[in-house]
Design a protein around this ligand. Structure first.
Ligand code: NAP
Ligand code: MG
Length: 457
């Protein structure tokens, strides 16, 4: 009998689908198939590979609404977010469809001949995806990997396989040859682990917890396997007194409560300069109380439930014995009584040693702390093992630059909370990750640079 996983709707806890879990033998067979078709995919004319990726993007676009609805059902994402996420897969495919004809090498001056470099694809790439952004994180791996001429095996999170499975079908519909992109729903300990140990998988792209990421890195070391890690975060939103406080307070909830806080870039620590602290908190309370935490399928929904009962237990565990300053709403009746809801919650922190200040909660919880001057703000922002993203609110351009350069994180925004644009690089400092995804250089991260010298005599 095959093992299955029952997918639940996080808003209601109702079963949605029964998904067969890929076995170890099936994983090996898929990896071997991906390795077998690699040569043909690598050797296809660059313009033809580009055309196929654009066709894939077109098919994703044609199914955008279906994919978005499926994500609302499987992940509890708001319908607005889910449409953005499906659109992001399309856009990433379109962006990297311009790469195959542009995988330039170099010609380097040498005596007695010609020296040229090539960016050669690696072979089979294994992409391991977490449950928080099933579509975008999948696309950030498979888009540039396929464009560079690799074949891809992809493992979605056990909790959120539905859109990935659909993307695998859409790739075939778009004309990608069988075996070039294979989605393998299953357990991390079976399918994900095999990506690490199977010698035919030449690179692993992992997004998820820092704990599992470290184990993957250690496992990859055994074969000196290439690895990219996108891990946790505890990002700071630093608000100076000279900033537009109304704007800073109105936008802060979205920067942490979007996706119910299940975002590695969540600005889950807010640092506010003391002279603006009271005004900021007052305005933040108004903003948090008016956040629309309702049925994620409702067009007006701004925040949905957490992914699982387990994740809810983790998040509420962080709140045990912690005094909350104020909270927003969350539905707890009707069809939603059994769903995995937690209201947006604001905690005042006065000690940087507190777990709520140091650890990634991965839920709708934010901690606020006052600071006195720029030096202290940067020191507090950097007092963490993580370094993924962050925001700086100030009207002083020099200060914005100094703090942006001073904070040890891969993705910073000034007077805004934007962090991930597919055409700019994304990744973490310190224990938030290793390597970069997205941006113009991403395809090169899926290649080896080969140097060839040709003697002229
Ligand atoms: P996780 O265990 O790191 O899972 C991420 C992915 O890795 C999933 O596809 C998972 O498969 C797979 N996996 C698990 N163990 C593996 C192994 N030994 N070898 C290979 N792959 C493996 O994360 P989680 O348990 O879902 O979430 C735990 C915490 O991680 C969260 O509370 C949050 O703090 C953090 N997190 C961070 C991000 C991020 O974007 N940086 C995303 C998600 C979670 P299964 O689905 O089968 O477990
Ligand atoms: Mg886990």
């Amino acid at each position: 009998m095959t093992d299955t996983h029952t997918v639940l709707n996080p808003a209601t806890a109702a079963p949605v689908a029964e998904i067969a879990l890929t076995t170890l033998a099936e994983t090996d067979a898929a990896i071997e198939r991906a390795a077998a078709v690699f040569g043909a995919w690598r050797d296809i004319a660059p313009g033809e590979r580009a055309r196929l990726l654009r066709a894939f993007a077109t098919v994703v676009d044609a199914h955008l609404e279906d994919l978005a609805r499926l994500e609302v059902l499987n992940s509890g994402h708001t319908i607005g977010n889910a449409r953005w996420e499906a659109g992001n897969v399309r856009d990433v495919l379109n962006y990297y469809s311009a790469a195959p004809e542009r995988m330039f090498g170099r010609q380097i001056p040498v005596a007695g001949g010609v020296d040229v470099t090539f960016h050669e694809p690696l072979g089979v790439v294994g992409v391991i995806v977490p449950w928080n952004f099933p579509m975008p994180i999948a696309g950030w791996g498979f888009g540039p990997a396929l464009a560079a001429g690799n074949t891809v095996v992809l493992k979605p999170a056990e909790l959120t396989p539905l859109t990935a499975i659909r993307l695998g079908e859409l790739a075939l519909e778009a004309g990608l040859p069988e075996g070039v992109f294979t989605v393998l729903p299953g357990k991390g300990s079976v399918v994900g682990e095999r990506f690490v140990t199977h010698p035919l998988v030449r690179k692993v792209c992992f997004t998820g917890s820092t704990e599992v990421g470290k184990r993957i890195m250690a496992g990859c070391a055994d074969q000196v396997k290439r690895v990219t890690l996108e891990l946790g975060g505890k990002s700071a939103n630093v608000v100076f007194a000279d900033a537009d406080i109304a704007k800073a307070a109105a936008t802060a909830p979205y920067a942490v409560f979007d996706n119910a806080g299940q975002d590695c870039c969540a600005r889950s620590r807010i640092l506010v300069q003391r002279s603006a602290y009271d005004e900021f908190l007052g305005r933040l309370e108004t903003a948090v109380r008016s956040l629309r935490v309702i049925d994620p399928a409702d067009e007006a929904s701004e925040m949905g439930p957490l992914i699982s009962a387990q994740q809810r237990a983790v998040v509420t565990g962080y709140l045990d014995g912690v005094e909350t300053a104020f909270t927003g709403a969350a539905p707890d009746d009707g069809g939603f009584a059994e769903g995995f809801w937690v209201p947006p919650t604001v905690v005042l922190a006065d000690d940087p040693a507190l777990p709520i200040w140091r650890e990634e909660v991965f839920g709708p919880v934010v901690a606020v702390m006052p600071f006195d001057d720029e030096e202290e703000a940067v020191r507090l922002a950097n007092d963490t093992e993580y370094g993924l993203s962050g925001s700086i609110f100030t009207r002083d351009l020099g200060r914005a630059l100094r703090v942006a350069r001073g904070v040890e994180a891969g993705n910073l925004s000034v007077n805004s909370h934007s962090s991930v644009r597919y055409w700019t690089p994304f990744g973490g400092y310190k224990q938030s990750g290793l390597g970069r995804e997205l941006g113009p250089d991403a395809p090169n991260a899926f290649t080896e640079e080969k140097n060839v010298f040709i003697a002229q005599d």
